[in-house]
Design a protein around this ligand. Structure first.
Ligand SMILES: CC(C)(COP(=O)(O)OP(=O)(O)OC[C@H]1O[C@@H](n2cnc3c(N)ncnc32)[C@H](O)[C@@H]1OP(=O)(O)O)[C@@H](O)C(=O)NCCC(=O)NCCS
Length: 167
């Protein structure tokens, strides 16, 4: 899409992204385990992006610092694209940009809770059942990881919690 731009999120985007999340996920989003982790640790603006067509914000992806046991990682989400602008590659463009930026800054692992058939295109794989746990209920089939460095997930296990040191 020629007029699509992917930009770093700024503080000025917060209200528009909140409205997008409200429209997409509704009030039920507050009860999700991934949301509860994100509530405790701010997403990193330098690793979070908006998609715009002209000046219109049409999508957003955020990354937040977490730990898996003692290992540093990033939690991806929410990823949202405005319904009229879906199925045009904007979601994939946001994922690609966020992962490339994270990799360039030396991050090695990105986790998320989501649909494997969608995120597999971005390099995410299902985590073996029991290898990691979340501080709340989550469908293990939806717990996915992408390695930004070869072997980065080898031997990693434990509970996913906010990374207070990186916050
Ligand atoms: C998921 C979402 C971000 C995808 O955005 P998008 O810009 O439409 O995605 P893309 O254009 O990059 O990819 C579209 C492709 O993914 C497929 N796809 C979309 N959602 C999917 C899902 N949940 N499972 C499997 N495939 C999916 C589409 O069918 C399409 O396939 P095609 O390329 O073969 O036609 C968007 O649908 C959305 O905001 N959904 C609601 C919020 C949500 O579920 N977010 C993810 C969880 S945090």
């Amino acid at each position: 899409m020629t007029d699509l731009t992917i930009l770093h999120e700024t503080a000025d985007d917060a209200a528009a992204i909140d409205r997008l999340h409200e429209r997409t996920f509704g009030p039920g989003r507050y009860a999700k385990t991934a949301y509860r982790i994100r509530e405790d640790v701010a997403h990193q603006l330098e690793l979070s992006f908006t998609a715009r067509i002209g000046t219109l914000l049409v999508g957003s992806v955020r990354l937040s610092p977490v730990r898996i046991g003692k290992t540093a990682a990033l939690l991806l989400g929410p990823l949202t694209v405005e319904p009229p602008f879906r199925e045009r590659g904007i979601g994939q463009a946001l994922i690609d940009r966020a992962l490339a930026e994270a990799k360039s800054k030396g991050h090695r692992l990105v986790l998320l809770v989501g649909d494997e058939p969608y995120y597999a295109k971005g390099g995410f794989k299902r985590i073996a059942k029991g290898q990691v746990t979340m501080p709340g209920p989550v469908d293990p089939a939806r717990l996915l990881v992408a390695e930004l460095a070869p072997g980065a997930f080898d031997g990693v296990s434990g509970r996913i919690d906010p990374d207070w040191d990186a916050a």
